[in-house]
Design a protein around this ligand. Structure first.
Ligand code: FAD
Length: 275
């Protein structure tokens, strides 16, 4: 495969989940991923699981990349975690603000991801390759699309090396965002985030929460399948395959798959554009 792909996992919570993810990773390594990233629970819920999963990936001879959020953290705790990552042989991170779980105390010492990136550069120099989040359809808390674009530009100017987008089903939003970033004179690879479609109501709920638009024609068809998971998966594979083809044909530099710790849906999507 010539187009680079990266894979995202979440830290499993049970020994069965750990074993299932290890098996899924072995299948997905056939895609020769550039890196495998592991999500991080803002506020402490999965942070040790993130590191354990990254260590497992590193032990398999692959590039393991922890997601890393700053909400609720202090400069001291972030510095300690950066030093720990460096000592473990980690040289890439996905740097995020994150969202505070409800009931969790204050924001901490960092207001935005841009402040985290500035701190990473101040504390660790260029040791880490830093990826950041991008929102072609606008982050749900942003004052406006323009304000969100400018907030993204600050992350790039503070030293981000690449960006991964929120999951999207709308290639035009991605192309427009890339154009707007280029018009600001910023040069940074922006990799579209692809969520394979494996279920209906969970996906729609998640999309609504994170500000991702699922086009009406996709929503209506997914709803019409009811509990017919096979029909959902078949339709989902077609939709995601053509989305990937369009993104790649339009110049996406790579694809980042939100695997949801499963191999088959990502393999199906990747096969479609590898042919
Ligand atoms: P920021 O870039 O700081 O933006 C947050 C908001 O603040 C935006 O609305 C922005 O417009 C605004 N803003 C930024 N700077 C300024 C400024 N200077 N002035 C005014 N407004 C400003 N969450 C997790 O908890 N764990 C994960 O592992 C995780 N992984 C993710 C991976 C990807 C690829 C993506 C796209 C998202 C991920 N998230 C994760 C979700 C993310 O934490 C949330 O979307 C969060 O709300 C924003 O994080 P951010 O880093 O994009 O924040």
């Amino acid at each position: 495969m010539t187009l680079p792909v990266s894979l995202e996992f979440f830290p499993p919570k049970t020994p069965e989940g750990v074993a299932k993810l290890a098996a899924a990773r072995q299948e997905l390594y056939a895609l020769e991923p550039e890196f495998c990233s592991v999500t991080y629970g803002a506020g402490g819920s999965t942070q040790d699981g993130t590191l354990q999963t990254v260590q497992a990936i590193l032990a398999e001879g692959r590039v393991g990349v922890p997601h890393f959020s700053c909400v609720g953290a202090t400069r001291e705790t972030i510095a300690a975690r950066l030093d720990q990552y460096k000592a473990q042989g980690i040289d890439r991170v996905v740097a995020l603000r994150g969202d505070l779980p409800s009931g969790f105390g204050g924001m901490g010492e960092f207001r935005y991801a841009s402040e985290l990136i500035a701190f990473i550069r101040e504390h660790s120099g260029r040791h880490f390759k830093v990826a950041v989040a991008a929102y072609p359809e606008t982050h749900p808390q942003a004052r406006s699309p323009q304000a969100d674009l400018l907030a993204f530009a600050i992350k790039v100017r503070e030293g981000a090396d690449m960006a991964i987008t929120q999951m999207l089903f709308n290639a035009d939003a991605y192309f427009r965002f890339v154009d707007e970033v280029q018009k600001l004179g910023l040069e940074i690879p922006i990799v579209p985030g692809i969520m394979p479609i494996t279920n209906s109501s969970g996906l729609m709920r998640f999309a609504d929460n994170c500000g991702c638009d699922i086009p009406r024609w996709i929503r209506l068809r997914l709803q019409s399948f009811g509990d017919d998971n096979k029909a959902i998966r078949t339709f989902g594979e077609e939709v995601i395959a053509s989305l990937c083809e369009r993104l790649v044909a339009g110049g996406a530099p790579a694809l980042h798959f939100y695997t949801m710790n499963q191999s088959a849906p990502t393999m199906a999507a990747a096969k479609a554009f590898a042919q």
